[in-house]
Every structure is written in structure tokens, then in C-alpha cells.
Ligand binder design. Structure first.
Ligand SMILES: [Zn+2]
Length: 269
């Protein structure tokens, strides 16, 4: 069987503080060889880096998440640039992320908070462009605004994680060099729009992810903690929904990941 790869896993989250070693061991026992760990804030950068090195095929991304922008200072952007500068030769550093825009949470979707989210998003796109790294995008009710700024830049590409937009928006991200992250959301039978998307779009434009500890798939309890080992059942569920062999899903989504995050090619061999 081809390798199981989780392209979006917050292994550094506090939810894993009590048993992180066991969580990693269970993922490896389930056949998960590669994990990409994005950072959400400046103080997490060192942690995601050390965690990435604990997996044989671990990788990490660094960035300031849109939901953490309200706690961030302007000096955090400089600290991020400094970190990238200092670690650009680290082969496990593969992307800038998790960055993006969140217009779902009301308190940060209007006025100055909204403007600040956009400011941080633009600054981090600029950083990605400067250092030649792709981006991991958080997309929530923000597809068109995200696309608007991407179109003004030379192509950066990456992953639109937990994608939940329209078919037209999906095609625009794909046209800009992105793959769409597919995880727990499509496993709910009521999620008709996402299920249509993940069955209609080419597998070569999709990558598998858990977003653990969040986005628990349908077979876990409602507020259960998600974990990277779940990417196995997510992959099987996608294969079943599309009516293809599991190996086809694993092989094609892996190729997609290696295409949009080129540095993974030396890690996820
Ligand atoms: Zn995330």
C-alpha cells in the first residue's frame, strides 16, 4: 500500500500535550509516514520544527494563523521573517502557513480586525514569494478575498486547506497552483456540497489532511479530538465515495502534495 500522508496536522496543539508521543506512535502504527505540521503563532515555531524532526518524514510550515492575528504584534511579522531566514536551509521547512483569512468568526471579520487580517495575509504572501515557498491557506468565508490577493502576486501555489467553497472558486485556486485539502468535513453525509466537490474534482488536485485535533470525521464523537491516524480512514472513505481503489487515492493525492509543496519531494520519497 502507498504511504499515508497527513498534509495538515496541528501536532503542537495543547490538546496533545498529555500524550503526544503515543499519538505519534499510533499514527505510525496506522501507516501514517508523512505529516506536515503548520504553525499558528510565533511562539510555536520552534515546537513545530522539533516535532517535524520526530517523524521520519515529518515536515513543517511557519506562519501566523488568521485567528491568531488579533494576538500578534507587528514585531511578530519580523520575527517570522527572521525565523524563515535562519531556517531556509532546513529541508523540513516546506511552506509558509498556516496563513489566510477567516470571515466566519464575527469579532474578527469587520473593521480594523478584518483589515489587520488582510495586512498579515499580504505580508506573509510577500514573505512566501520572497523565499520561494508555497503557502498553506486557511479559507473560511474568505475565498474571493484570498483569491484577489493571490492574483496580484506571481504564482506561489500551495494548499487551500479544509476547502469549503464553490466549484468555481475551487477551480480558481487550482488554476493558481493550489491543491485542495480534504479531511473530516466530507465524511458527513449531510455535507453535500463538499462531497460533490471531492468526488468531481480530479484526484490529482486533492491532498489528504486531518486538521487534528480539530475537524473530527463523522465516525468519531461530535467533539472528539481528531488525530493524525485518522487520515487512514479518511483516505478509505474518499476511495469509497469515488468508487476507486484506496491505492489510487493514496498515489494521486501524494503526487498532488509533491507538486504543490515541492520541498516534500525530498522528504516524502
Ligand atoms: Zn489548521
Amino acid at each position: 500500500m502507498s504511504a499515508l500522508l497527513d498534509t495538515h496536522c496541528h501536532l503542537d496543539a495543547a490538546e496533545f500535550d498529555s500524550d503526544r508521543t503515543e499519538v505519534i506512535a499510533r499514527a505510525q502504527a496506522a501507516g501514517v509516514s508523512g505529516v506536515l505540521i503548520p504553525a499558528v503563532e510565533i511562539k510555536a515555531l520552534g515546537h513545530v520544527r522539533s516535532l517535524a524532526w520526530q517523524f521520519e518524514q515529518g515536515a513543517y510550515a511557519v506562519g501566523i494563523h488568521p485567528m491568531f492575528v488579533r494576538y500578534a504584534t507587528d514585531s511578530d511579522l519580523q520575527a517570522l521573517r527572521d525565523f524563515v531566514q535562519a531556517h531556509l536551509d532546513d529541508p523540513r521547512l516546506v511552506a509558509i502557513g498556516e496563513i489566510g483569512l477567516d470571515f466566519f468568526v464575527p469579532e474578527i471579520s469587520h473593521g480594523s480586525q478584518r483589515a489587520r487580517q488582510i495586512e498579515f495575509y499580504r505580508a506573509q504572501l510577500e514573505l512566501a514569494h520572497c523565499c520561494g515557498l508555497p503557502v498553506l491557506l486557511h479559507v473560511r468565508r474568505s475565498q474571493d478575498e484570498l483569491l484577489k490577493w493571490l492574483r496580484r502576486m506571481p504564482p506561489i501555489g500551495g494548499i487551500a486547506h479544509a476547502f469549503n467553497g464553490s466549484f468555481q472558486q475551487a477551480e480558481q485556486f487550482i488554476g493558481l497552483g493550489f491543491a485542495l485539502g480534504v479531511g473530516g468535513a466530507f465524511t458527513f453525509t449531510r455535507a453535500k456540497q463538499i462531497r460533490r466537490l471531492v468526488t468531481t474534482l480530479p484526484l490529482s488536485d486533492l491532498v489528504l489532511e486531518t486538521d487534528a485535533p480539530d475537524m473530527a470525521p463523522a465516525w468519531l464523537a461530535r467533539d472528539a479530538r481528531n488525530a493524525p491516524e485518522q487520515v487512514a480512514a479518511i483516505a478509505a472513505s474518499l476511495a469509497q465515495l469515488r468508487g476507486v481503489e484506496l491505492d489510487v487515492v493514496l498515489a494521486q493525492t501524494k503526487q498532488a502534495a509533491l507538486r504543490v509543496i515541492p520541498r516534500l519531494q525530498t522528504i516524502w520519497t
